[in-house]
Design a protein around this ligand. Structure first.
Ligand SMILES: Cc1ncc(C[n+]2csc(CCOP(=O)(O)OP(=O)(O)O)c2C)c(N)n1
Ligand SMILES: [Mg+2]
Length: 802
């Protein structure tokens, strides 16, 4: 018999057999969960299903070497791994398939994610970290293929930091001095994504303990390996990464997905190398099958040949493992059949329990609404209409909450002429329905923990008379924070040795060492991922993107991963990453500096700060570094050499998020802007004053959150005129600002003139000072727009400029 890693010398044959059979049972149950899952979708009880069939045995083997404190960042095929470690079970698996909106029943996402998206809970109900080193940790899956890669890099990097930075050694809840491995899983076809290569390269450059498994079933939906991977062999083409004689690179293993013994042996070796040498490892699991095809969206008979389908049947991993057990005399056929029968029975019971829990939760709500209707009917409130609604609702076999919502809204419509008092019970029920479903489907986009940005104490700025360059202010802020908190570290292109291209970290690598102020390769996507993963592990990363325009390369993980993290786990996970970048008033098509509309629309779930000065930026960093929320800070590129007064309390003062600052008071027009435009606005206001126009200037300071005190609407009560000045495209960030002021703040009520926006042109800005002048709003434009607005209100006093 082939030696198996689980069969170490110190276990008896009996213990060995029992382990093998227990592994087989997990794989077998997982397979049946997939088979039944597909049926549940095809019979309409669930909307969509994507399952881990064909990948069971490899995952059982991987689970064996996964230790407490380790991390997984993987994808939708990993149910067996979750079952093997007790991180999920068949009932929770079905709860997610049915989208049961309950964290208790479906702890990965509270019913928010489609099936196959796994996660463990890293936070308690108040949003505080749970201990990680005594748990198996699973970072929450996302759907974009290879989207798990950037975060994986950060999860692995954290082990390196915990290991090599002694100041972190007391954080034993998060790490046992960095011995943890970050396990990644990915499908063969998803290795075609650029980010896979970016991360593998970076992991080798950084030498971090990342164990990457590729489940290679030869396809990505219908597209076979020959269109996906050069030479159709991912481990072969990655051989250039193989560890060299200096110990740099990664170790590469292969194992066949149907061979239990081989998989156990390979995972044992792979994890040992990864853990002891702190080096990345690739395990290419070949000859994997997909018995039911890609998902419930279609059948694989459409694209696989008969030979392939026959081969998949023969080399099915469950069939092969079963054969191996019998051939090696580990169990008789009869006993195995008995085990299978009872295992299958358990799966069916768990599936039924999940369905019944799902349905009964909703039925309880429906019954309680039916009682409200009965009460109204008895009181002769629209009795025939409400009876019909009630009957219709109760006749639905497997109702969902949408059916309840429809019935509530129908009831509101048919009682439109009844008094509030008559239909109070209905109104109360409607309110509760809205509130409960807000909690189910819309809560936890932002942190509501005790470390929320809104709970950070406001410590006002105290200025000194010392005039310094702007960069020195942020530099002093970073230095003070890094001294205060050893969890903080900063990294990015040119951040290390030269302390970033604008010197915000100059000299700080010398002071705090290379681990904490670090140069990175040119790879924005994975720089963001490094931050996300490390922040999930309790560290406080500041990831730098050199210029705002290049944030586009890093926008995918910000939008898909970081911004959705709290939401998609319903408060089960967080990653307080700060992304620092610089922009505004740049010149050129790829140095336009302010695509803010695109950004704020992509990252709801994060905060977006747009400080006008380095002092304001420092105050925002001081707030953010004391909170547990992710944020993007866009500094003004033209501010590093401008003179500012060094704050006396640089280490402590905070700028509250969502609070505007009124920089000039005036009665004619409210001018709303942010960032570098503030300076232009101030100059335009001086000019306008010469013509008797008094402008009130409001710096919004943060776009997300936006003016939480509605101070702009307050200003409009005096001025009755609104101008939004923004250097994004027309209808970019200015559209959001108008929506907030006019709709959310009800600012429209106070307007005497049409509100206007002053923005850049639709195209990206042309290069050079003239390109800027003709592409972006200038002092002349701000003057002209506001002047003409006043001309319209009083042509005698202000004759037309043109
Ligand atoms: C960025 C992105 N592109 C496309 C898809 C649609 N999609 C989902 S799974 C998949 C195939 C993935 O194949 P592979 O990585 O081999 O994993 P497998 O499903 O075979 O295990 C595709 C194209 C997606 N989810 N994300
Ligand atoms: Mg595949």
């Amino acid at each position: 018999m082939q030696e198996v890693a689980t069969k170490s010398a110190d276990i008896t044959q009996e213990e060995f057999v029992s382990t093998v059979l227990s592994d087989y049972k997990i794989a077998f149950q997982s397979r049946h969960a997939s088979l039944i899952g597909r049926k549940e979708v095809l019979t309409g009880k669930a909307k969509f299903g994507i399952f881990g069939d064909g990948k069971e045995v490899a995952q059982v083997a991987m689970a064996k070497v996964f230790e407490k404190g380790d991390w997984r960042s993987g994808y939708y095929r990993d149910q067996t791994f979750m079952f093997a470690l007790g991180l999920s079970d068949v009932q929770k698996f079905f709860a997610q398939l049915y989208a049961h909106a309950s964290v208790e029943k479906e702890p990965a996402s509270g019913g928010r994610s489609m099936n196959g998206h796994y996660a463990t809970r890293l936070l308690d109900d108040q949003g505080n970290w749970l201990s990680q080193s005594d748990r198996f940790n699973v970072s929450a899956d996302i759907s974009p293929t290879a989207g798990q890669m950037p975060r994986l890099l950060g999860l692995a990097l954290a082990s390196k930091l915990y290991k090599e930075n002694p100041a972190l050694h007391n954080m034993s809840d998060f790490s046992s001095q960095g011995k943890e491995i970050a396990f990644g899983t990915i499908g063969n076809a998803s290795t075609s994504e650029g980010i896979f290569w970016e991360v593998m390269n970076a992991a080798c450059v950084m030498q971090v303990p990342m164990l990457m498994s590729v489940w290679d079933d030869g396809y990505g939906i219908s597209v076979p390996a020959k269109y996906q991977t050069a030479k159709e062999n991912i481990s072969a083409i990655m051989s250039g990464f193989q560890t060299n004689d200096k110990g740099v690179g990664m170790e590469i293993f292969t194992a066949r997905g149907w061979n239990y013994a081989e998989l156990c042996n390979v995972y044992k070796q792979a994890a040992d190398v990864c853990r002891t040498k702190h080096t990345p490892v690739l395990v290419h699991v070949t000859e994997v099958t997909q018995p039911q095809g890609h998902s419930t969206s279609g059948s694989h008979e459409r694209y696989k040949t008969k030979e392939r389908l026959d081969w998949e049947i023969e080399f099915d991993c469950i069939t092969q493992m079963r054969q191996w057990i019998i051939e090696n005399g580990l169990c008789t056929v009869e006993s195995l059949e008995a085990l299978e029968a009872s295992a299958l029975n358990e799966v069916k019971q768990m599936q039924k329990a999940a369905w019944s829990d799902f349905v009964s939760d909703i039925k309880i709500d429906i019954q309680s609404f039916a009682q409200v209707l009965t009460q109204l009917i008895t009181s002769q409130i629209a009795p025939s209409e409400l009876s019909a609604i009630r009957e219709q609702l109760l006749s639905i076999n497997d109702p969902i909450r949408r059916d309840l919502g429809t019935a509530i809204n129908q009831s509101l419509r048919v009682t439109i002429h009844n008094t509030q008092a008559q239909k109070q019970a209905l109104l109360d029920y409607h309110k509760k329905f809205i509130d409960d479903n807000h909690d189910r489907y819309s809560s936890k986009l932002y942190s509501d923990s005790k470390e929320s940005v809104f709970k950070v104490p406001h410590i006002p700025l105290e200025t000194s008379d010392e005039q310094v360059d702007g960069y020195q202010v942020v530099r002093a802020c970073f230095e003070a924070n890094m001294e205060r908190d050893p969890r903080i570290f900063a990294f990015g292109e040119d951040v290390g040795k030269i302390g970033d291209v604008n010197q915000g970290f100059s000299g700080l690598q010398e002071k705090f060492g290379e681990l904490r102020v670090t140069d990175k390769g040119i790879r924005e996507w994975s720089i963001i991922g490094e931050g996300i993963g490390a922040a999930m592990r309790g560290l406080r990363p500041i990831a730098e993107i050199q210029y705002l325009d290049y944030l586009l390369y890093g926008l995918e993980p910000l939008s898909d991963d970081l911004a959705t993290l709290q939401y998609r786990t319903k408060g089960g996970q967080k990653a307080p990453l700060i992304v620092r970048t610089r922009g505004h008033r740049l010149e050129g098509i790829w140095h336009s500096g302010s695509p803010m509309g695109m950004i704020i629309n992509a990252v709801r779930g994060m905060h977006v700060c747009v400080p006008r000065s380095m002092t304001q930026a420092a105050g925002m960093y001081n707030t953010l570094l004391r909170s547990d929320e992710p944020a993007l800070v866009v500094e003004c590129l033209n501010g590093y050499r401008s003179k500012e007064k060094m704050p006396k309390n640089i280490a402590d003062f905070t700028v509250p998020l969502g609070v505007t600052e009124t920089l000039r008071f005036g009665e004619d027009v409210t001018l709303v802007t942010y960032g570098s435009n503030v300076r232009i606005a101030l100059q335009a206001i001086e000019l306008l004053a010469e013509y008797g126009i008094r402008v009130e200037l409001i710096d919004v300071q943060t776009l997300l959150p936006f003016d939480i005190n509605h101070s702009i609407a307050e200003s409009l009560k005096n001025t009755n005129r609104l101008v939004v000045f923004d250097e994004d495209v027309p209808g970019g960030a200015s559209a959001f600002i108008l929506q907030q002021i006019l709709e959310v703040q009800n600012g429209y009520k106070y307007l005497d003139s049409k509100p206007i926006t002053i923005t850049s042109k639709e195209h990206r800005p042309a290069y050079s000072s003239d390109g800027d002048y003709f592409s972006k709003p200038s002092i002349d434009d701000v003057f002209a727009e506001i002047y003409q607005m006043m001309h319209e209100s009083n042509p005698q006093k202000w004759p037309s400029l043109f």
